[in-house]
Design a protein. Sequence first.
Lengths: 428, 368
Amino acid sequence: MSWAAVDTAQVEGEKGRRLEARRILYLLGLVILLLSAVRSFTGASDLTSSGTYGAALRLGVPILLAGLGGLYAERTGVVNIGLEGMMILGTWFGAWGGVEFGASWGVVLGILGGAMGALVHAVATVTFGVNQIVSGVAINILAAGVTRFLSVIAFTGHGGGATQSPQVTSSLPDLTVPVLAGGKPFGWQSPDLLGWFEGHHWFLVSDVAAMFRGFMAELSILTVITLLLVPATYFFLWRTRLGLRMRSAGENPVAAESLGVPVYAMKYLGVLISGALAGLAGAFLVLEAAGIYREGQTGGRGFIGLAAMIFGNWRPTGVAAAAGLFGYADALNLRSALAVHALLLFVAIALLALGVWYLFRGRISAGLLSGLIGVLVFVWYAVTEDVPRQFIFITPYVATLVVLAVASQRLRPPAADGLPYRRGQQTA
Amino acid sequence: MNTRVKVALLWLLVPVSAIVLALVVSSLVLIIIGENPVSAFRSMASYGTQPNSLASMVNRAVPLYVAGLAVAIGFKMNLFNIGVEGQYRLAALLSAAAGAAVSLPAPLHIAFIMLVAMAVGAFWAGVAGVLRVKRGVHEVVSTIMLNFIATGLGAYLLANYLRKPRLPNELIIQTRPIPPSGGLPSLAVVGGEDLRSFLVIAIALGIVVYVLIWRTRFGYDLRATGINPEAARASGIDPNRMVVRTMLISGAIAGLIGMSDLFGFFHAYTLDFPTGLGFDGIAVALVGLNHPAGIAVAALLFGWVDRAAQILDLEGIPKEVIIITKGVIILSVVVAYEVVRRIVQAQEIKAAAEATRKLEAQKEAVAA
């Protein structure tokens, strides 16, 4: 399981990390192989269609942004339960900016809106030392109220209302990789090579082609930026001086302060970046996903982002993997009930394989438990026709609880995460 | 001035300053959108003091009060039950379904529904408690996840198992109605508005919680663990047991949040059933400084503001301005609370140092 292994890599350093990368690649290969096998067997083509991968990407992006937002705050030692509220502010300001000044201003204002919520959180928790959970909850309540009020004065009578904005008419540019994934650059009808492979439903070949096509066709510019943010975050936090200082504020603020790191400033920076990313996530929902602001649009994605951050063991690549997983589940749920049902077969086989692996490694009870659950899932697959939609809705939350319950010893949050810090205090 | 009085006055400053600040901010917001704050507050005051408004205020306050109690008991030992929302909604759904499935004489029927609700709430909160104690999962994270799981699970159960069979062109999704023996009559009719009688149970609950926290061994352990977990552990309090028991109690109280609406108005769990009370409960507990009396005042205040704001729409002022008022109250209370807490702590340290010095001086005098 990759999330558990990421931690080992952290301890063993560079060499371990390279081994780890190889292991993750093997695992990914196995997953793709198994998915295509299940796809051929069940005929649920949406399991690996480029449309599903594209949708997974679109649905995963806001979760990834929120997750990275949580990462920045918690790496400086501030728990940010207010992500949801900051994302709500991002949706409202994104829509308002989009309606009034055009889509790119929507993005800017969405980011600023989220950062505004974050500023409140930073002032309360860092300057005044208010409990971080309490402040986060207050911001969630406040954000929902402020946006409702703002909608009444800005949208009512202007084509919107108390709970929704007018349609945002301008949009952001899309990218499609020509030749490989089609598209029409400069009015020239490009061939769609990967689409051609996908259309033939060859075992494995078509599935891999579909995956690449999903990641290359009709990409929003924000999606590309978000994907680039993953390596950028890693580089910034683990390879720059400022990043090291920010993380030191989250690991041991007393020691950091004694070495001259301005801990308060680092925490402010972390929380502000956190809010900006959550705001961008909100703007994405409005400008890319819906084209309109609606109350409750975020639908708890700020909290799913938080879950993705935990699931990903407070590391950018882990967050990305978790967001991709949650996005994939969402995408299947949207596109095809048949594919969701077929996914049960995939889960059953994966659990059985994991059980065999555990037994092979001598972990008898873990192996038996995993095998037993695998059998149960298989029975579920065999005796039912479809999976209730509500079960897909709760999947990310259940998955996070299970990961926390099973692997919490392997997870490693920043050492001073969530602890109040007052400048000049003597001990952590 | 007596130090105790001084400290009490300092604490009182917390809600008062928050309310003043909230009034200032909301006035500013009203001025910015071109309304006259004075006339807005005046019409709220006159509408809000009509008898039916007062009854409505109490009806709105009761669930908030229960929610505040549920949250506060966790807060008292630094345990964050963010999951009150999920606990009460699941409890309301399952207890409404259970109440419709049985027929009992009136008092027993009410007691049965309340017991089911408390058991469901306690179970759902207990999951978080056990996860914290056995697997080290922080309760904030687990209760947030459990909130969403409760929403999904509740929707699934309602749609597939607990739903009242629909008539041909009926669109409402709800549980079977609870028979009259499982409802509470109104306490009084004030100005045409029913005063719901769950109020009596809520008051009793507040007294029970007060006694539990301030007058029992359990409550002492609870507060001790909240103030200094290390010291509490050293004096023989088992922190794990305290976490599980407090979560169970908090969840059981949370289960009762929906009962006032269930017994007095809905008589079934419908899709219109009030949501968000769990989060409002966090706000009420914070503003009420985690004390049953303070929570009562905070719940009444929020209930009154909700009711009185209804008049604003008739005056052409968006009533949503009060959401900002409430938000400012919550945020400034938590900030003011932290500031006052630090002042009081500093004073205590100073007083302790003073006392030690006097004692030393006395000892030296005796020795000489």
